[in-house]
Structure formats: C-alpha cells, structure tokens
Design a protein around this ligand. Structure first.
Ligand code: IMP
Ligand code: MG
Length: 185
C-alpha cells in the first residue's frame, strides 16, 4: 500500500478541529441523556475511533456495543440499496436509549437499514450520531440527531474512514487524490 502522503489531495478536517467538535458533541449528548440507560452502538469498522473519543467526553454512565453491516454493493466504494447485518449486537436494546455512532452518512442506505432493523427491537429511543455527512449523495432519508461536519462530495479517508481498508488510523480526515492512488490487485 502507498503511504498516505502519496494519495492525499488535501486535509479536509484537521485533528484539532475534529477533537474540538467531538468534545462539543460529547457535552451535548451528556446534557441530553441525563436520565441514563444510554447505549452507544458503534457501526464497525469506521465508527471505532469516533466512538472511542466521543465516549471519553460523555459524562453520563453509558454502555457500548458493536455491530457490523455490509451493503450489497455495486462498486467497492459505493453502498447500494440495502444492508445486511454481518455481526449483530450482544446486548438486548429493549427499553434502552440507543445512539448509533457512525463515521459517515453517504447514500444513507446503511443507517436507514440499521434503523429499520433496530426499531423492531423496541428501544426506548433510537438516534443517530455521525461524524460526517455527505448530503449531496443522499438516496435514503436518514434523520441525523448529532452531526460533526457536513462535507462536500469527495472521497475521504482517515479517522475511521478507509481507502480499501487502509488509513483508518490517521488522526485527521483527508481527501484522496484518485489520480495518484494505485489500488493493489
Ligand atoms: P452509505 O450507506 O452510502 O450511507 O455509506 C455508508 C458507508 O460507506 C460508510 O459507513 C463508509 O464506510 C462508506 N463511505 C461512504 N463515503 C465514504 C468516504 O468518503 N470514505 C470512506 N468511506 C466512505
Ligand atoms: Mg462505515
């Protein structure tokens, strides 16, 4: 795999700006969930860095669980109509205040499918927190309750978001230069 410096067009969101916004979201969520029973659900794998950092700024007691969803895809970087759960939750969400934590809402199909599925399990509340929103690409309606940043229609990586599974570790969000990127076979 190439070094990230060789495929980076520009840094879109710097580490400091990410962390500042995540602190604000943590404070807002802490204020909104005073009554407890908060369960953060991380959508693997992209939501991991965001949920870990966000959780450290949430001052009310809360639990965490994880799920993985794969979309029936067309292209590798697109998600299509529906999503399938490839790793389900360990916890029973009935009666809990569930907050989904996602890296990005793009077409919206992933979160829309997850909301439909989890809605049938009778949570007390079910809300969405996403670090990034790419509204220009939306195909499915998704109510976003907590949002980090709205971004333009560009393919981004870093801070959980991958380019063919690499670069999730980077502490910033960068735009890929697709002319420079050479996918390995
Ligand atoms: P959606 O179902 O189209 O909303 O897409 C959701 C998933 O596609 C996200 O959780 C990401 O894993 C992936 N995705 C969408 N846009 C990007 C991007 O710009 N960079 C990396 N992954 C992306
Ligand atoms: Mg994701």
């Amino acid at each position: 795999m190439q070094k990230y410096q060789d495929v980076l067009a520009e840094i879109l969101i710097q580490e400091d700006d990410l962390q500042k916004r995540i602190r604000e979201l943590g404070a807002q969520i802490s204020a909104d969930y005073q009554d407890g029973d908060l369960l953060l659900i991380c959508i693997l794998r992209g939501g991991v860095p965001f949920m870990v950092d966000l959780s450290r700024h949430i001052t009310v007691p809360h639990m965490m669980d994880f799920m993985a969803v794969s979309s029936y895809g067309v292209g590798r970087r697109e998600s299509s109509g529906s999503a399938r759960v490839s790793l389900d939750l360990q916890m029973d969400i009935r009666g809990k205040n569930v907050l989904l934590v996602e890296d990005i809402v793009d077409s919206g199909h992933t979160i829309a499918s997850v909301l439909t599925m989890l809605g049938t399990r009778q949570p007390k509340t079910l809300k969405v927190c996403t670090l990034l929103d790419k509204p220009e690409r939306r195909e499915a309606h998704v109510p976003i309750d907590y949002l980090g940043f709205t971004i333009p229609n560009k393919f981004v990586f870093g801070y959980g978001l991958d380019l063919d599974e690499y670069y999730r570790n980077l502490p910033f969000v960068g735009v890929v230069d697709l002319d420079k990127y050479k996918p390995s076979e």
